[in-house]
Write a protein that binds this ligand. Sequence first.
Ligand SMILES: [Zn+2]
Length: 412
Amino acid sequence: MKNRISFTATLLFIILLTVNSRSYGQPKKVTDEEVKRIHDKAITVDTHCDTPMNMVRGNFDIGKKQSSGKVDLVKMKEGGLDAMFFAAFVGQKPRTTENYQEAYQTVHQMIDTIYSQVERNRQLASIALTAEDASIISKQGKRAVYIGIENGFALAKDIRRVEEFYNKGARYITLSHSYHNDICDSSTDRAKPEHNGLSAFGRDVVGEMNRLGMIVDVSHISDQSYFDVIKESKAPVIASHSSVRALANNDRNMTDDMIRALAKNGGVIQICLLSDYVKDPDTTTIRYKKDQEMRAIYNEKWSSMNEDQKAEFRKQWTEIREKYPRALANVSDLVNHIDHVVKLVGIDYVGIGSDFDGGGGLSGCNDVSEFPNITREMLRRGYSEEDILKVWGGNFFRVFRQVEEYAATAHN
Ligand SMILES: [Zn+2]
């Protein structure tokens, strides 16, 4: 009897240890070989970078290692990154006829530039259009280049343009950016809500994206817009670059309720590597105050600046950031976000979306070449190989395939 009790106690102890090993166990010793083996085995995808903004500035070759940029084909290879979503981004401007036209054209221009960069480096990369393409292209020893559109403002309120951009290769649209648009309210617009969530046009856009097999991206949109999208979308959705609000109190991040609804929808939150979204910033530093001043100028004046003024503004901001460096959040802080989602809803609903070249960058993971450090930290915390493969791409590509399947079976 005594034996049986101690056996049961031991078993219970083992079970408890296993259940808790991810966060409460002693960190595991991890070898470089193990990190490399698992990282290489994964089909890795980063669902958001703003590198096309650098591409259109000219003199940019994605096949050459960039000194300041965080994403290029060389660094992707070094970091074992198989696939990247390059965002054709337009900032939100007042909705005038000219600005609509400009946004629409800018996105076309950015997508054209992505194609020409890949064409110039066709030994190193290929354009990817389907969920399957990442593995196919990776097997050829190349990088897969996916295209996303950041800000539905680029549709210029014309529903036919969803299909036009789909035909041009875009596979997700981030419905809004920092301000409300015709589709929905934004999470960061300080004006009062315009639609109280998703507009009638926004519902049409979601329906059209579902019909075509385009992924709906809920990053940047307001909480109410988000819940409307979840109700409206017939296929799972993604947050291409958002983190957990319970850990960093920023409106761009998702609340626990939003994450629970996402899991129910079958979607995925791709944790963003932007330091302020990973860890609340220290608001007492000079750097923070200067940064806030520059951000205020950006919000107020950026859209009316000419190219010279924009260049000067960028230069000033870079100088300030160099003069007052700050402690960035680190890889451990980032993996806390993955842990949080896993504890809340399980391993199947979380991935990585860096926002590199759009503000993303952490201590220990400041460009794509340092991605293996995330794998190392997950291994240290006891994540299994299967778990890590899911986070690096398994989860996202599951969603992508479901979006494709819905479009293939929907009565179009
Ligand atoms: Zn963004």
